[in-house]
Design a protein around this ligand. Structure first.
Ligand code: GLN
Length: 446
């Protein structure tokens, strides 16, 4: 009730929710009360949370931030949703996001931009901007997000909350609307690493309905929190301290590293020599996969349909033309071009080769360090509209986060102070399936 009231009274200033699930939430909360009274409550029983509007929710609108799905009510729950439901969590509603998760500022949403609660003239980051803003403004104690190139970590950094992108394959993508299938991964946005561990305990694990989900035991992510960091080897990414990095953000990262040294960690500088290839490789691979994934939105089976089509081609063209926003169209065109005959080898294969080099850099680095650190984003939150007309500048918001997606590695953003009264994030990248260590490293700093 507390959170539903806060959403009702404050969200008009932030626009962090697309749909509130008020009635259903109250029913679920009462059931949780009964469970608790009967002594059957687990750690997440009755805890409210918000879902990014990319996760299918049975009977509750799932728009993916697009006019295309403004009328879409899924007949089933995504695995992430059903697992958190089974753990007893109560869905408060669905959060705003960039259209089909394409963006870094939440300005491409059909439902209008989300405002950053720290300064409503600035963006919350994207594409999980609604989830990050809702958690930051205490309109939800926790939220789900997805991260294809930084969409959990970058908004977490800009809103001053904790965000975790797990290892690719750790969390099921079933029922999560696909953007770029080889990069997409779901994860939690929370106040603390401790809360993130609780959510990951419920979210992670094998799902036969996602062919890329890995059949590997799920540790208790809460169990190791508090472990000593003496002797931890931290690799600091040399290439991330480039001229594009805001000086205040660099200072905040240095201050965080000084804290880690006090906790007994050792910091060494490392080099990821192919890291400059991340943004160009991503902006071939992600659009290529999105152009294929988004071909299902054809006006025939579900979603938006144009009025009075004259024939099938007209139905396709006008339904897609009227319902997709400019950024989604840009990605579909770039991706279709990159996959077309004659260009496939020059762009798509080349990008996949660059991707392998990026991954190999990390494999080499993890031979000598336990975790890798650097800034999450090059600057604190920027002004609404500041980069909206300049896709390339916008794409550079994810310059430090994309490599972890290309390599499939787990990565977090944790709050690391403020620059000009706006929060900044420290990024911590871990080795494959090393989420437990990542969470503890984040927890000890918090
Ligand atoms: N900002 C990046 C993009 O626009 C990443 C988005 C994401 O992680 N979903 O593609």
């Amino acid at each position: 009730r507390h959170y539903l009231e806060r959403i009702a009274s404050h969200d008009s200033q932030l626009n962090s929710y697309i749909t509130a699930a008020t009635d259903a939430a109250l029913v679920r909360a009462r059931a949780a009360d009964e469970q608790r009274a009967a002594g059957e409550a687990g750690p997440l029983t009755g805890i409210p949370l918000a879902h990014k509007d990319i996760f299918c929710t049975d009977g509750l609108k799932t728009s993916c931030g697009s006019k295309m799905l403004d009328n879409f009510i899924a007949p089933y729950d995504a695995t992430v949703v059903s697992r958190l439901n089974e753990a007893g969590m109560v869905t408060l509603g669905k959060t705003n996001m960039d259209e089909f998760a394409m963006g870094s500022s939440n300005e491409t949403s059909f439902y209008g931009p989300v405002k950053n609660p720290w300064d409503t003239g600035t963006v919350p980051g994207g594409s999980s901007g609604g989830s990050a803003a809702a958690v930051a403004a205490r309109l939800a104690p926790a939220a789900t997000g997805t991260d294809t190139g930084g969409s959990i970590r970058q908004p977490a950094a800009l809103c001053g909350v904790t965000g975790l992108k797990p290892t690719y394959g750790r969390v099921s993508r079933y029922g999560m609307i696909a953007f770029a299938s080889s990069l997409d991964q779901a994860g939690p946005l929370t106040q603390t690493a401790e809360d993130a561990a609780l959510l990951l305990n419920a979210m992670a694990g094998f799902d036969p309905r996602d062919s890329t989900s890995l059949d590997r035991a799920v540790p208790d992510y809460s169990a190791g929190l508090g472990a000593d960091l003496t002797g931890l080897k931290i690799g600091l990414i040399k290439e991330h301290f480039d001229p594009g990095l805001d000086g205040g953000v660099a200072d905040a990262v240095d201050a965080a590293l000084a804290e880690y040294k006090k906790l007994g960690a050792e910091v060494v500088e490392i080099s990821l020599p192919n890291t400059h290839l991340s943004v160009p490789a991503y902006y071939v691979v992600a659009p290529a996969e999105c152009s294929s994934n988004l071909s299902r939105f054809d006006g025939v089976r579900f979603g938006y349909r144009c009025e009075n089509p004259t024939d099938l081609a007209d139905l396709y063209k006008r339904s897609r033309g009227e319902a997709f926003g400019p950024e989604v169209k840009r990605r579909i065109m770039v991706g279709t071009y990159a996959l077309s005959a004659g260009y496939y080898d020059a762009y798509y294969i080349k990008a996949q080769q660059a991707r392998r080099l990026i991954r190999d850099d990390f494999v080499r680095a993890f031979e000598s360090v336990d975790v890798i650190m650097g800034p999450t984003a090059p600057s604190p939150a920027f002004k609404l509209g500041e980069k909206a007309d300049d896709p390339i500048t916008m794409y550079l918001s994810d310059i430090y986060t994309i490599a972890a997606n290309l390599a499939g590695l787990p990565a977090m953003s944790v709050p690391a102070g403020f620059v000009n009264n706006l929060p900044v994030g420290l990024q911590i990248i871990g080795n494959y399936f090393d989420e437990a260590r990542l969470l503890n490293v984040a927890h000890r700093y918090q």
